[in-house]
Design a protein around this ligand. Structure first.
Ligand code: PEP
Ligand code: MG
Length: 305
């Protein structure tokens, strides 16, 4: 499931999730009146890990800026904030913030597994720069005798289309990749996700976006890199079904969506769906919209949506 606050944690067992595929760490910063100190962050992450009780948690480093406003962080007027100074861009310019957070995460996960994920990556080079900072924190903690995570996994969110032409380099630099379909769709289609006049104008289930996702899955298979998806499309049974047909085997969503998505999953013949989708996506002159084909498939196979 996706989460970001302690109140979300009890839902892990209630919803039947296998873990947290996206923990949005900026939410804790957004509800605070002052910047949470390193020790506060550490205590918070420790609590999250404890409550997850052995289930994996993927912590996304701060994704602030654009739609994620942190009140005490000096807002800079930007013409296009979604394309502006945010997430990893801000983190690399203010490395103290990122280093404090990574140190808190490393300490909180001492003796257990830690998955760290970097948002809004545009160039693989940015990941290398973050990894250098992470390595420095690991060295610092081990020098002072701190217990380090038993296993550390380093991943990237795929939200910026430029990464689609760096997939092999990206996967060589990461232990896992998670598709942020909310932002990837917004940037691929040039539609503001927060603007109701245009946000529903193009169908996320239409061929262009599904072909993008298929390329990502294939790159994951080619590179032996786990690929998951944590945007809103994973939480709707029909689009979750399409993701399975494309080859995704790990997706995360809001807790309330897990029940309906599981009901869909239990009735699904994924290989039949994959065949149907491969043919439909390879069609040279398609006539029937993908959404229609997917709905028909679900109807014919009695899949609850
Ligand atoms: C996404 O972009 O799909 C995503 C999961 O991140 P957020 O919605 O927090 O931007
Ligand atoms: Mg995003």
């Amino acid at each position: 499931m996706n989460a970001g606050l302690l109140v979300d944690l009890p839902q892990l067992s209630e919803a039947g999730a296998e873990g947290i595929g996206l923990f949005r760490t900026e939410l804790q910063f957004m509800i605070a009146s002052t910047m949470p100190k390193g020790e506060e962050q550490e205590a918070f992450y420790r609590n999250v890990i404890k409550q997850a009780a052995g289930r994996p948690v993927t912590f996304r480093t701060l994704d602030i800026g654009s739609d994620k406003v942190v009140p005490y962080f000096q807002a800079i007027k930007e013409e296009n904030p979604a394309l502006g100074w945010r997430a990893i861009r801000l983190a690399l310019d203010r490395p103290g913030l990122l280093r404090t957070q990574m140190r808190a995460l490393l300490k909180a996960a001492g003796g257990t597994e830690l998955k760290i994920m970097i948002p809004m990556v545009t160039e693989v080079q940015e990941l290398r720069a973050v990894r250098v900072l992470l390595q420095k924190e690991v060295q610092h903690l081990s020098k002072f005798g701190h217990l380090l995570p038993r296993k550390l996994q380093f991943g990237a969110m795929l939200e910026v289309p430029s990464l689609l032409w760096q997939l092999d380099e990206l996967m060589a630099e990461t232990d896992f990749v998670s598709v942020g379909s909310n932002d990837l769709f917004q940037f691929a289609m040039a539609v503001d996700r927060g603007n109701a006049r245009v946000s529903d104008r193009f169908d996320i289930l239409e061929r262009p976006f599904l072909r993008i996702l298929r390329d990502i899955v294939r790159a994951g298979q080619r590179n032996n890199t786990p690929v998951t998806l944590c945007g809103e499309m994973a939480g709707k049974p029909l689009s979750a079904m399409a993701l399975l047909g494309l080859g995704f085997r790990s997706i995360s969503m809001s807790p309330a969506a897990i029940g309906p998505v599981k009901a869909m999953l239990l009735g699904l013949d994924a290989s039949a769906l994959e065949r149907m989708m491969t043919d439909a996506l390879d069609e040279k002159a398609p006539k029937v919209p993908m959404r229609e084909l997917l709905k028909r498939f679900a109807e014919e196979h009695n899949i609850p949506l």
